[in-house]
Ligand binder design. Sequence first.
Ligand code: GRF
Length: 218
Amino acid sequence: MTAKRKRVAILISGRGSNMRSLVEAARAPDFPAEIALVISNIADAQGLDFARTQGVATAVVDHKIFSNREKFERAIQETLLAQEIDLICLAGFMRLLTPWFVGQWRDRMLNIHPALLPSYRGLHTHERALADGVKIHGATVHFVAPEMDAGPIVAQAAVPVLQDDTPDALAARVLAQEHRIYPLALKLVAGGAARVEGVRVLIDGAAPAPDALLWPAV
Ligand code: GRF
């Protein structure tokens, strides 16, 4: 008997390209999760159009109509419970979450961040990486902890920082890797191969990718 697919909600605020990569990956019949719901706090978020064309249920929970963060989150929580959601993927969701909400979804909520955490938490990661002159940058999928851009790491991908990079060029190179590691991380978590142990995520049968990046190459 095959295990029931996990029901996933993706929370977005904008473009939704990571959401798209998850929806596309979940089309595979053996993918252990289905994208059951996309929630946006922005009514005209670009990503909502794609979700709708794919027949994915969508909901808008506009943070501006609530008097405080917890009321906003309780409205989201109701929507998630009504749809019997098992896992949340934050994908460019631009609201900070309270410890209450994070606690409700402990070890069941993932986020993608455009940097190699724990470096460059917060915004403008590509500009900051360029300003520091780092040679390697990248992206991280992690379980969400109460502290912003922190929590046990599921997957990371590294990219070279090129000498003539602009923030946009670097962002595009990182984004291409985000679209690889988010589906991979969701597959591992939804399929039960990844589990949190303390501050780490242990992954059954994990091996580094053969194209693990070193820069400069030696
Ligand atoms: C991505 O770079 C993601 O890592 C960050 O916000 C951006 C969202 O892009 N959290 P998109 O909406 O998924 O295209």
